[in-house]
Ligand binder design. Structure first.
Ligand code: ADP
Ligand code: 5GP
Length: 203
């Protein structure tokens, strides 16, 4: 068999953006469009919403379990987001990347900044691309936050103010994708991944 000229190397795809912009909706669609993608499943202290299951949407863990994992350096990054803790499990991610997989991490803006730092410090041996999802307008973002109906009005208002502040960091990312239609936003991210795969000389 001919020897491969290019070494298989993983690609870390970080999808971030303000709360309610549609990250989880778009990422779910993206995973359906591209079966070669793997989702990094985060751990959280947030209780599950209706329809969410342990090990599929998140690892739902207690505060004590979360604190233990922080102490053991089990997370690539972790952050407190709107009152709950979220973290990206490190060993799972390293395993997947070392197998040359394309792994999608859906994190808030603090998480994306921490991951960027970790990649620059060589903590992760993979290429990484940072994608920022933005709403078509602030009004549409407010509408989507309300539509989700998982939080009360006070929480929605608080999240909206935070989201507007979070939009200020978008120029630190490699790509900005407008989430107009779920399908087209997912297609755009798929196209970015395909280009990045070539640019970084992955398999
Ligand atoms: P995030 O993960 O960024 O907090 P969600 O994926 O939970 O956001 O989306 C917030 C709400 O907006 C949900 O009700 C979702 O169905 C809706 N939504 C997401 N993307 C779109 C879109 N492109 N068009 C219309 N509604 C959308
Ligand atoms: P939700 O509770 O709506 O699922 O998520 C709230 C926020 O936490 C979203 O912005 C989501 O992207 C972010 N988030 C989910 N998992 C992680 C993670 O592992 N790390 C960080 N920093 N943020 C996360």
């Amino acid at each position: 068999m001919a020897k491969k000229l290019r070494k298989k190397r993983g690609l870390l795809v970080v999808v971030s953006g303000p709360s309610g912009v549609g990250k989880s909706t778009v990422v779910r669609r993206l995973l359906k469009l591209d079966k070669n993608l793997t989702l990094s499943i985060s751990a959280t202290t947030r209780p599950p919403r209706p329809g969410e299951t342990h090990g599929e949407h998140y690892y739902f863990i207690t505060q004590a379990e979360f604190d233990k994992k922080v102490k053991k350096n089990d997370f690539l990054e972790w952050a407190k987001v709107h009152g709950f803790y979220y973290g990206t499990p490190l060993s799972e991610l390293k395993d997947q990347l070392s197998q040359g997989k394309k792994v999608v991490c859906e994190v808030d803006v603090q998480g994306a900044a921490s991951i960027k730092q970790a990649v620059e410090q060589g903590k992760i041996n993979a290429a990484a691309v940072f994608i920022f999802l933005i709403p078509p307008s602030v009004d549409i973002l407010a509408f989507r936050l309300k539509k989700r109906r998982t939080e009360d009005q006070e929480v929605v208002n608080y999240r909206l103010r935070a989201a507007i502040a979070e939009l200020q960091v978008m120029e630190k990312y490699d790509y900005i994708v407008v989430n107009d239609k779920v399908e087209s936003a997912a297609e755009k991210i798929k196209a970015i991944i395909n280009v990045e795969k070539e640019r970084t000389l992955l398999n």
